[in-house]
Design a protein around this ligand. Structure first.
Ligand code: FDA
Length: 303
């Protein structure tokens, strides 16, 4: 119930407007968001790098409705790549296609993202295309495939809660795509997605095995100890070295587990969001773990 309510709230522009004006929510966001500027984000990444983590940077924002906003996001990503390069930070970038204009025009979106992929290629860096809600799955995959046919330095995300994902992975592996596997963060109907955690988890493990056996470098993105354990166990049984894949987790979430994996000799990439548009991102994190709401309440009493 709480999860559904929070996911609903994540999509309400009026609530977004209100929350973003409240100092309390801004302070809460800082637990999960590295800052509002690229400089703050790269500083946070440098600290993570010092502790042995690599990173992927995400300029927050989605569902832009004007070409100008799409262009603004594109330019921000170009600047982010420049800053990463300038500071020699160990970080690639993750982006959402609706922030690049997907709800306006597919060709324009593709052209915007191509500029980012090209800049990343100049720096020997990499671009990850995040996966959004199901209305965008086909177009996201279409744009990704056309980019992947031209460039090596672009990867994609798939969601284990969707029934279609095993087939999508099969197609993506034919293009030798680098894939991030996550469970999926959006509100989806039972006609297309598993609703029970146990079913998503079972599918996640099955898909993880397909990815690890493919011989391509993939990202296993989860904070779930059971998924992590299953991945470690499978890699060991199949003699897949720690360098052949990476775990990925979100900034500020399960920092204990993040450090533990590094100490055990695994690779771990932290997804570092920054920017002013933190509302939807924060609400999805709350929905994943309503216990995070206690964190909000605690901040409230701190005054
Ligand atoms: P699950 O939600 O089952 O949680 C397992 C355990 O992890 C919990 O019991 C708790 O201990 C911990 N945990 C999980 N979420 C937490 C939170 N918010 N706060 C505190 N503890 C938490 N989704 C998507 O649809 N498209 C995308 O492109 C991406 N990209 C992405 C990148 C990276 C690096 C990560 C880690 C995740 C994503 N996601 C995503 C989000 C993903 O789909 C999923 O919603 C979250 O990772 C939560 O799922 P878990 O696998 O962590 O397990």
């Amino acid at each position: 119930m709480i999860k559904t309510a929070l996911l609903y709230m994540s999509e309400q522009p009026k609530l977004q407007h209100l929350a973003m004006r409240m100092e309390l929510s801004r302070r809460t966001a800082r637990r999960f968001v590295a800052g509002e500027t690229i400089q703050e984000a790269v500083e946070a990444i440098s600290r993570l790098n010092d502790q042995g983590f690599s990173a992927t940077i995400d300029y927050l924002g989605e569902n832009v409705s004007s070409e100008n906003d799409a262009l603004r996001a594109t330019n921000e990503y170009l600047q982010a790549l420049d800053e990463i390069q300038k500071k020699s930070a160990d970080s690639n970038v993750s982006l959402k296609l609706t922030q690049f204009g997907l709800s306006i025009h597919e060709e324009m979106t593709s052209a915007n993202v191509e500029r980012v992929v090209l800049r990343a290629r100049d720096y020997n860096n990499f671009v990850r295309v995040d996966m959004e809600g199901s209305p965008h799955t086909d177009s996201t995959l279409r744009i990704f495939r056309s980019l992947r046919q031209k460039y090596e330095n672009v990867g994609i995300v798939v969601q284990a809660y969707l029934y279609r994902t095993e087939k999508d992975i099969e197609d993506l592996l034919q293009l030798k795509s680098r894939i991030r596997l996550c469970k999926g963060a959006y509100k989806e109907p039972p006609t297309i997605a598993f609703k029970k955690k146990i079913d998503t988890d079972r599918n996640y493990i099955q898909l993880m095995k397909i990815l690890l056996k493919s011989g391509i470098y993939h990202g296993i993105a989860t904070h779930d100890p059971a998924m992590i354990q299953a991945t470690k166990k499978f890699a060991k049984t199949e003699r897949i070295a720690n360098e052949q894949f990476e775990f990925q987790m979100l900034y500020g979430i399960r920092r204990d587990l993040q450090s533990q994996l590094i100490h055990e000799g695994y690779k771990l990439r932290v997804y570092v969001p920054y920017g002013e548009e933190w509302y939807s991102y924060l609400m999805r994190r709350m929905a994943e773990r309503p216990a995070n709401l206690f964190f909000v309440v605690r901040n409230l009493f701190r005054g």
